[in-house]
Structures are given as C-alpha cells and as structure tokens.
Write a protein that binds this ligand. Structure first.
Ligand code: NDP
Length: 248
C-alpha cells in the first residue's frame, strides 16, 4: 500500500536532527501520526510545522531521554494525545569519540546514560502496552560500532554493544507476543553527530573518514526503518546493517 502506516502512531526520540528527523518525515509520509521528542525545542517546532503542512498529526515532546520520568511521560502523552503507540524508534544518541586513556569520564556517563539507559527507559515505558495490544515495533538505532570495535571508539562501542544485547534479549522475551524488536546499524551518515566530539584527534579522524567517501544521508537510514516497520505482522526484520558502499 502507498501509505502502509496509516492509522499507526510512532514515537521517534532524537527527532530534532539527523536520522531521527529523517525517520519522523519518512514515517509521517507513510501515513503514521508521529510524536517527536528531543531537547532542542526550536528544532522540533520547525519539524512540527513541516510535518503538519504535509498533513500529518504531530505531537511535539520536550524529551531528555536521560530523565526516566520524562520518558514515561512521553509514552503516556503519545498514547493519550495520538491514540496509541505502535512504533517506538529509539534513535537519540551521542558519539563522543576518543581514546580510553586520558578520557574525560563525564563523556562516558553521557554516552552510557543517553545511548543505553535512555533507550532502556523509553523501551520499558512503551513495551507493556505493546504486549497488551499484541503488536508493535521497537526499532533501536545502533551502529556499525555495535558490531566492530575500534581503537578510539571504546565507550561508544560499548554503548552500542549494550544496545544490541538488550535488543536481542528483549526480542526473545516479547516476539511470541507479537511485538517486534529491530536493530538498525548505520555506517557513516552525514548528520550533526561528529560535531559534538571534543577530542581533537578523534574529531579530525572522523571528519577525514567522512570526507574520504560517499557517506550516507539520513534518509538512507530512514528508509531502512520504514522497511522494517512496514512488514506484515508475521515478518520480523531483526537487524539491518547499512554501510556506505565506500566504507571498508
Ligand atoms: P545527530 O547529532 O544529528 O542527532 C542526534 C539526536 O539525538 C538529536 O536529535 C539530539 O537531540 C538527540 N539527543 C541527544 N541526546 C539526547 C537526550 N539526552 N535526550 C533526547 N534526545 C537526545 O546525530 P545522528 O542523527 O547521526 O544520530 C542518531 C543516532 O544514530 C544516534 O544513536 C547515533 O549513535 C546513531 N548513528 C549515527 C551514525 C552516523 O554516522 N551519523 C552512524 C551510526 C549510528 P537534542 O540535542 O535536541 O536533544
């Protein structure tokens, strides 16, 4: 069908830029009502206007995923104001690359809290209702970094490894109840992710890597998410690894 998600409700975390924003656009384009959450309200308001102009129902959520109560409130408000929750896309994340030696451990806490605990809080808040309704999708945005560890990415690797383990364990727990747990693992995508790196060497290396190839666009990943959640109920796409063709 042209609009495979009509009648469905999706919630996308980290929807204020990059992959999350592109995913919200793709899901709305497929007919879903979308709740969009992140911390930068100005960016969410701009996206809300764009989606609303396109005819979508949108709920704009002030959401810091490191705040467990805010995660619970986001799920509750989505159900109350959009009438349900069928698709949760756990996309919010930070990538503070750098060596383990000499690291500012505050960056480790930010990564683990956002990428791992934040994703767990959101999932915990959403999963019970999905089990009760006997259907739903949780799509966790991991990374190639969740499959291949590299020098200079240790704690980011650890955070995405945690996402993959959590996802597979939860998949076994709920798949027979009709709830699908999927992992999307992007390679290099042009977004704002690199801009937050504070370690000068790691930032330069990441920029050089991006400049050396035809990197992915955020929409290339949004299409993978859309593919995953548009399947008939008996088909579960558990994992999609998407690298730029040029990425070794
Ligand atoms: P961006 O930096 O463009 O987007 C990150 C998003 O996460 C923003 O919307 C940001 O919103 C949100 N976010 C960060 N911290 C929080 C928080 N505490 N609470 C709520 N939202 C938060 O980067 P990407 O689009 O690239 O990143 C999206 C995901 O994709 C991440 O999980 C990343 O690890 C993953 N990924 C990206 C790759 C790439 O090459 N770009 C490769 C592999 C994986 P705000 O700051 O407004 O809160």
């Amino acid at each position: 069908p042209a609009r495979p998600l009509s009648g469905k409700v999706a919630l996308v975390t980290g929807a204020s830029s990059g992959i999350g924003e592109a995913t919200a656009v793709a899901l709305a384009g497929a007919g879903a009502a979308v709740a969009i959450g992140a911390r930068r309200r100005d960016r969410l308001d701009a996206l809300t206007a764009k989606l609303t102009d396109g005819g979508a129902s949108v709920l704009t959520l002030d959401l810091d995923v490191t705040d467990e109560q805010a995660c619970a409130d986001a799920v509750r408000r989505t159900r109350e104001e959009l009438g349900g929750l069928d698709v949760l896309v756990n996309n919010a994340g930070v990538m503070l690359l750098g060596t383990i030696r000499g690291a500012d451990t505050e960056e480790w806490r930010r990564m683990m809290h956002t990428n791992v605990l934040g994703l767990m809080y959101m999932t915990h808040a959403a999963i019970e209702g999905m089990v009760e309704q006997g259907s739903g999708d949780v799509v966790n945005v991991s990374s190639v970094a969740g499959r291949v560890a590299r020098k200079g990415a240790g704690v980011y690797n650890a955070s995405k490894w945690a996402v993959n383990a959590f996802s597979e364990s939860l998949r076994q727990e709920v798949t027979a109840k009709g709830v699908r747990i999927g992992l999307v693992e992007p390679g290099a995508v042009t977004t704002e992710l690199n801009t937050h790196i504070t370690h000068p060497g790691a930032k330069a290396a990441s920029e050089k890597m991006h400049a050396s190839m035809r990197v992915l666009a955020a929409d290339d990943i949004a299409r993978a998410v859309l593919y995953m959640v548009s399947q008939p109920p008996h088909v579960a796409i558990n994992e999609i690894l998407v690298r730029p063709t040029d990425q070794e």
